[in-house]
Design a protein around this ligand. Structure first.
Ligand code: GLY
Ligand code: MN
Ligand code: MN
Length: 432
């Protein structure tokens, strides 16, 4: 690990100490207890599904797989980390890395799953419902106070240089996986083998991925969150969509690439090229002061142009947007905030914490903010041939080229997704 990253991490922790001190003072709190969370066993079993540590805990602690642990934050005091580390011969015991951030905490290694001592006016955050304390009366303890959680979510929306460096590294590692996935597709592999090639080259086990990789061949490329990996390669290879990420020190990459296969009609390859161009253009539109909703609407306008230029829609781009045609081809939002969660917090709030929901016309949009320096967002325009959404348009007089659409439906769809940080003067694309 580079010394620069360690230095940035210490600055990140110092920044959190200052910001938390002022937020706790504002909420008249003497201390805050943040629970890491823990995995629950499957019903009637002693095994657990993969676990994800609570984001506000990871924001401080540079470890991504911590359970049954607590962080106590108090203004003007060193953060107290109660790390669950039982004597356990079934598992490798928890051990702290030899890294400088460890020195910024008072660390208590705990053999039991106890709640740490709480003094003064306290708030508790995290998945505490499943703990025995959830039923105990605690007069000076506020559980999950909404205004506090909202303020800390807002803090997390703006990434420090350390966090941006982590997302950049997550991207670098993920891209190696994407290159291997593309090579596997060229080699005529099926979905499972493409997934295994991705995992191998991005150096991760499946339980550590930030979200289930979407590896869709042919029609499956048009299933937005396609969740299976077919064992066998299809005979025809029209397309591949890979939406796959990587974590680095808890921070996520979320990258999508789409490829035309040897059996795709030529127009599909042209649409892929057009969507790569659209992604690049939208990335160039990222800058402080830009409304993400306006950028999303710009995506729809350009989608209209692409549909017209490729003879999918025989009207005008303006008409395609106004009549909801582009929404049938792209039902999801332009992107979302990215950080310790793939769909990171505070995307649908105003800076003062009041709700800023997605507009009725674009219900799937996950980010309605005005962009500001420090935000990291995904830019992920899509264009899909989803029967369920296109079918209702067949009974209208809209000038859609149905023979062409029917031909393209075997290709599923296209999404191109990069991860972009907003800077003082514009943007930096974190996806190599
Ligand atoms: N991978 C999920 C998304 O792109 O939002
Ligand atoms: Mn994605
Ligand atoms: Mn995404």
């Amino acid at each position: 690990m580079s010394n620069t990253l360690f230095t940035l991490q210490l600055e990140h922790i110092a920044h959190l100490q200052r910001a938390y001190a002022s937020i706790l003072a504002e909420h008249k709190l003497d201390s805050l207890a943040i629970y890491s969370g823990h995995a629950s066993v499957h019903f009637a079993d002693d095994h657990t599904p993969p676990f994800q540590t609570y984001g506000h805990f990871m924001h401080w602690v540079g470890l991504a797989d911590v359970q049954h642990s607590w962080l106590i934050v108090q203004p003007e005091k060193r953060p107290q980390l109660y790390l669950y580390a039982p004597a356990d011969f079934w598992h490798l015991p928890t051990h702290l890395p030899d890294e400088p951030w460890v020195e910024a905490f008072d660390i208590h290694l705990c053999s039991d799953k106890n709640t740490p001592p709480l003094t003064g006016q306290t708030a508790m955050m995290g998945d505490i419902e499943s703990l025995a304390i959830s039923t105990q009366p605690m007069p000076n303890v506020a559980r999950q106070p909404e205004a506090l959680v909202t303020a800390l979510d807002e803090l997390r929306l703006f990434k420090t240089p350390y966090e941006i460096a982590c997302i950049r590294e997550a991207n670098r590692l993920a891209i190696a996986g994407h290159q291997a996935a593309q090579a596997a597709f060229i080699g005529a592999s099926g979905e499972l083998d493409i997934q295994l090639a991705y995992l191998g080259s991005s150096r991760q086990r499946e339980s550590n991925v930030p979200y289930q990789n979407i590896i869709g061949l042919n029609e499956h490329a048009g299933v937005l969150h396609y969740q299976h990996y077919d064992l066998h390669a299809p005979k025809q290879r029209y397309s591949l969509l890979v939406d796959a990420g990587r974590r680095f020190r808890g921070y996520c990459a979320d990258i999508t690439r789409t490829y035309a296969g040897p059996d795709a009609p030529a127009v599909f390859g042209e649409l892929v090229t057009a969507m790569i161009g659209l992604k690049a253009e939208l990335v160039r539109g990222v800058a402080p002061g830009v409304s993400f909703l306006a950028l999303h609407e710009q995506m729809h306008h350009h989608l209209g142009e692409i549909l017209v230029a490729n003879d999918v829609f025989k009207g005008t781009a303006k008409q395609a947007v106004a009549e909801g045609v582009t929404r049938a081809f792209c039902p999801h939002g332009l992107g979302h905030s990215l950080g310790l969660q793939v769909h990171d917090v505070a995307g649908l709030r105003n800076p003062d914490g009041t709700p800023a929901p997605a507009p009725v016309k674009h219900p799937a949009l996950r980010l309605t903010r005005t962009l500001r320096p420090g935000m990291v967002v995904t830019i992920e325009p899509g264009l899909y041939f989803i029967n369920m959404l296109l079918e209702p348009l067949r009974n209208t007089s809209l000038p859609l080229n149905w023979p062409l659409i029917d031909q393209l439906s075997s290709c599923g769809g296209i999404r191109i997704e990069d991860n972009v940080a907003v800077t003082e003067s514009g943007y930096v694309n974190l996806t190599p």
